[in-house]
Ligand binder design. Structure first.
Ligand SMILES: Nc1nc2c(ncn2[C@@H]2O[C@H](COP(=O)(O)OP(=O)(O)OP(=O)(O)O)[C@@H](O)[C@H]2O)c(=O)[nH]1
Ligand SMILES: [Mg+2]
Length: 173
């Protein structure tokens, strides 16, 4: 079976760890710590190294790595993206102040690898979520035939996560 390394990148609290946990057939390795800066988010923990899970999808053995959201751990982004076959950038649709940060993450990744990727908008079920068009604009993705697929995904729902991974696996550059 073909092994495919998939990286889940994205902004702080976008839902990367939740995504890996929903996708995985095995117990997920999570390396998190308590958030010291509580103002960052309402949540208590943040990823400080990576998450790891596995899923067999369409006869492919997906190894799924979640990255930390905070840029002080960007040495982990570097380590994880270098071996990636594909990646997803998760962006929380209800946090517009994170959009320019999402753009920076995208630049970071695309400077290191040229692999297929998609944009997954999370928190679309939350109040004040912005539209895919507004988000694409803010993170600098032109709406053309060459642009990466932009989808809505809810990391809390396994079927939604698997659908996102199916789009990723079938997307070519
Ligand atoms: N309602 C809703 N909640 C979401 C969605 N995506 C993620 N969440 C919630 O957002 C919170 C943060 O999720 P995490 O998975 O810890 O986020 P993360 O991206 O790993 O965060 P860092 O590791 O700190 O960068 C969790 O409580 C999730 O349940 C979504 O689409 N809708
Ligand atoms: Mg995390």
């Amino acid at each position: 079976m073909k092994k495919l390394r998939v990286v889940i990148a994205g902004t702080v609290g976008a839902g990367k760890t939740t995504f890996v946990k929903s996708a995985s057939d095995i117990d997920v390795v999570e390396i998190e710590r308590d958030l010291t800066d509580k103002s960052l988010s309402v949540k208590k923990k943040t990823t400080v190294a990576f998450d790891f899970g596995k899923l067999i999808l369409d006869d492919q053995d997906l190894h799924i790595y979640g990255t930390p959201g905070q840029s002080r751990f960007d040495f982990m982004w570097d380590i994880l993206i270098k071996d990636a076959d594909r990646y997803i950038l998760l962006v929380a649709a209800n946090q517009p102040n994170g959009f320019s940060y999402a753009r920076e993450i995208l630049t970071f990744m695309n400077e290191r690898v040229q692999v297929p990727f998609i944009i997954g908008m999370t928190h679309r079920d939350c109040p004040d979520a912005l539209s895919p068009e507004e988000i694409a604009d803010s993170i600098g993705i032109a709406n053309t035939n060459n642009s990466p697929p932009i989808i809505t995904v809810n990391p809390n729902i396994r079927t939604s996560v698997i659908e996102a991974l199916s789009v990723l696996v079938s997307h070519e550059l």
